[in-house]
Design a protein around this ligand. Structure first.
Ligand code: GLA
Length: 413
């Protein structure tokens, strides 16, 4: 792959997969519809021009989430200042789904008595609302999925006023297995077709909705996510509120930068800040996600947020790295034992440099400006908010175990 030109060379296997996938689309008459609708969409303002920011119910509330929790979260997003630094999506994850009525329309269950009223409430706060479903008959938590009802469900979401859909593979895997007879290439093509189908159903409603794919990275989703209309796609299995799991997922994103761009992003899963991680681990989490141009979807209980959690989530200088309009995802520059340096190009010519200590004891971390190809640079520490002036040849900083330092560098003469 030539990362400078962002051209991805396809292996012959990938070419074959693309061809089979295209044959599926042609057979189902989707190619023309796709290009016409894509054209119509491109003339509108771009969805997810920067990585989506908001909150999602799953990491904290799991299957217990209720309409009252969503209303309270919307209130806290405003009162805490989260909304005003960019967190605007309030996303209901799995377990809102009820049964279908006689006409096949999906209804919310008793935890969510009135979705339209809830959406109106969230909108009245200057926020947007997201929902969750699966291309399979059942969601991951065993609730009603959209299989066979894609257009109907998209229409229902639009009627309710939904702005964001997370579409989670879950039980559709069984359908892929059955229909493909275990053939991996066919199975991947069936999966892409299912994701394309919901994309087209959303487009047909005429309501802009962020489209979030959740299939854990299967079939190198970053290579075809944009083709099926995804604005973001999960790249891994689920995160949890442990440093080890968060770091495993976050640092494994190295190499994915060519696939992120305005409109479509790699998604290493939602934030666990405020769910029990130490402050240093939380700072690493936020730093790494900002370097990765990752969606920032808080996953904590906002009613019990500590001032430290809030200040990490609302650090405007760190958010500005995540939301940089160039949309160029950062990459690992060096890894020496447990010490990693990552760099990200920014729209004004600056570079974000993150220094990570993945070790178990604190370290005197050394960084040389020359390692990013510059002779001289001034720097600002985005966690301490200090100007560091011209960085010395071998800048040294103490980083605690599992901690991180995030610098913004400006080239100097
Ligand atoms: C999967 C997803 C999670 C969450 C749950 C809900 O595990 O990866 O993010 O949506 O399903 O059941």
């Amino acid at each position: 792959m030539d990362s400078a030109t962002r051209v991805v060379e396809m292996s012959s296997m990938e070419k074959k997969m693309k061809m089979i996938y295209r044959m599926f689309l042609v057979a189902s008459g989707l190619v023309l519809a796709t290009s016409t609708l894509a054209l119509a969409q491109s003339s509108k303002s771009m969805l997810a021009a920067t990585p989506p920011m908001g909150w999602n119910s799953w990491n904290h509330f799991r299957g217990e989430v209720t309409e009252a929790d969503i209303r309270a979260t919307a209130d806290y997003m405003v009162s805490s200042g989260l909304r005003d630094v960019g967190y605007v999506y309030v996303n209901i994850d799995d377990t809102w789904e009820g049964t279908r009525d006689a006409a096949g329309n999906i209804q919310s269950n008793k935890k969510f008595p009135d979705m339209k009223a809830l959406a109106d409430y969230v909108h009245s706060k200057g926020l947007k609302i997201g929902i969750y479903s699966s291309p399979g008959p059942k969601t991951c938590a065993g609730f009603e999925g959209s299989y066979g009802h894609e257009e109907q469900d998209a229409k229902t979401y639009a009627t309710w006023g939904i702005d964001y859909l997370k579409y989670d593979l879950c039980s559709f895997r069984h359908i892929m297995d059955e229909k493909s007879g275990g053939d991996r290439i066919k199975s991947d093509a069936i999966m892409r077709e299912a994701y394309q189908k919901m994309h087209l159903a959303i487009l047909a409603t005429g309501r802009p909705m962020i489209y979030s794919l959740c299939q854990y990275g299967i079939g190198s989703v970053w290579e075809w996510g944009p083709e099926v209309g995804a604005n973001l796609w999960r790249t891994t299995d689920d995160i949890s509120a442990s440093y080890i799991r968060m770091a495993l997922i976050g640092f494994s994103q190295a190499g994915l930068s060519p696939y992120a761009a305005p409109g479509h992003w790699n998604d290493p899963d939602m934030l666990e800040i405020g769910n029990g991680l130490s402050l240093d681990a939380s700072q690493t989490h936020m730093t790494l996600w900002a370097m990765l141009a990752a969606p920032l979807l808080a996953g904590n209980d906002l009613s019990k947020m500590t001032p430290e959690t809030l200040s990490i989530l609302t650090n405007k200088e760190v958010i500005a790295i995540d939301q940089d309009t160039l949309g160029r995802q950062g990459e690992r520059l060096t890894a020496v034992g447990p010490y990693e340096t990552w760099v990200r190009d920014l729209s004004n010519g600056d570079k974000a440099v993150a220094l990570f200590n993945r070790g178990e004891s604190s370290v005197l971390f050394k960084f040389s400006t020359q390692s990013i190809g510059w002779k001289k640079a001034t720097a600002r520490n985005l966690w301490t908010h200090q100007e560091l002036g011209i960085l010395p040849d071998n800048y040294e900083v103490v980083i605690p175990r599992q901690g991180a330092v995030l610098l913004r560098l400006t080239q100097a003469k």
